[in-house]
Design a protein around this ligand. Structure first.
Ligand SMILES: NC(=O)C1=CN([C@@H]2O[C@H](COP(=O)(O)OP(=O)(O)OC[C@H]3O[C@@H](n4cnc5c(N)ncnc54)[C@H](O)[C@@H]3O)[C@@H](O)[C@H]2O)C=CC1
Ligand SMILES: O=C(O)C1=N[C@H](C(=O)O)C[C@H](O)C1
Length: 268
């Protein structure tokens, strides 16, 4: 199947005049909550072709055998590194939404990419445009407020806590606070139950709520003398992540190396 356009495809392959080949896409975690939504979104896109759906117990080689040029990974923090390694080794670009990345894992991926200058990997804790903007707004506002705390709220089937988005937001806020020379936020607590003040992510308290009925939500609360600022984002449906995922799938062939977050794809 082809679309009718004269432009070359994002991977640089040559197309017959007037036609652009569809980008072959594989989905890892294809039977999961996010994978199911990605499969629907890829099938609905005129310029993409779903060539492989892989879930736990399936053969990873299927994505390479099917000729996938881009793989989308929404699996689990404990398996995603093996998947990325496989894709890089097989010259397949990766769009990764799976969470659980720290600086060490990101450095490892960057190292794997070094001998593969044509391969791109984007790892984004959140593909929701509103969530990306929330992170940016929090980063901008952080230096004006002595106190910042983060509350993330998710469905109870989520395996990781705090969320990848909350951890990244906390790190961005912490970096902005450091750059502005802000001291540790005021907090007189000396007596508390374990966990009552949340997880400490680079000095920013992060609180995780797991509640039936929720999808993915985050509040960043900032306080100064006599005022507070609350930034909130809500994903009510996993469809909210799809414009960002499809943008990354279309863009990643032009972005060799490691990209963290989709901010640069959005021109932010
Ligand atoms: N970046 C973003 O915008 C978003 C990220 N996420 C993250 O995506 C990940 C998945 O979330 P959900 O879809 O809710 O989880 P889920 O549990 O519904 O889906 C994960 C799927 O991966 C499969 N899987 C496990 N091991 C595998 C392997 N080795 N190869 C292929 N498939 C394998 C599981 O069988 C399951 O079907 C989580 O880390 C979550 O935090 C979720 C939503 C948005
Ligand atoms: O597991 C989820 O659902 C989500 N995971 C991501 C995260 O951990 O930040 C993104 C979003 O919050 C939904």
């Amino acid at each position: 199947m082809t679309t009718s356009s004269a432009t070359p495809d994002q991977h640089g392959s040559t197309a017959p005049t007037g036609e652009t080949p569809l980008v072959p896409v594989g989905v890892l975690g294809a039977r999961g909550r996010m994978g199911t939504e990605v499969v629907k979104a890829v099938n609905a896109a005129d310029d993409l072709e779903l060539v492989a759906m892989v879930d736990a117990g399936d053969w990873l080689f299927d994505v390479a055998n099917a000729g996938a040029q881009v793989v989308v990974d929404f699996t689990r923090p404990d398996v995603v590194m093996d998947n990325i390694r496989f894709c890089i080794d097989n010259n397949i670009h990766c769009v990764v939404g799976t969470t659980g990345f720290d600086e060490e894992k990101l450095a490892t991926v960057a190292e794997w990419l070094r001998p593969k200058p044509g391969v791109g990997v984007v790892i984004a804790p959140n593909f929701g445009i509103g969530a990306v903007l929330l992170m940016r707004f929090a980063q901008e506002a952080a230096r004006f407020f002595p106190s910042t705390e983060i509350v993330e709220l998710h469905h109870p089937n989520k395996v990781d806590a705090p969320s990848g988005t909350a951890v990244r937001t906390a790190r961005l806020v912490a970096a902005a606070r450091r750059a502005a020379g802000l001291p540790h936020p005021p907090d007189a607590t000396t007596d508390s139950l374990p966990g009552a003040r949340g997880a400490d992510v680079e000095g920013v308290p992060v609180h995780a709520v797991r509640l039936t009925g929720l999808v993915a939500h985050q509040e960043v609360l900032m306080g100064a003398a006599g005022e507070t600022l609350t930034l909130r984002h809500d994903s009510y449906d996993r469809a909210s992540f799809m414009p960002g995922v499809l943008l990354a799938v279309r863009e990643i062939g032009r972005r060799p190396g490691l990209t963290v977050g989709i901010e640069s794809f959005l021109g932010l």
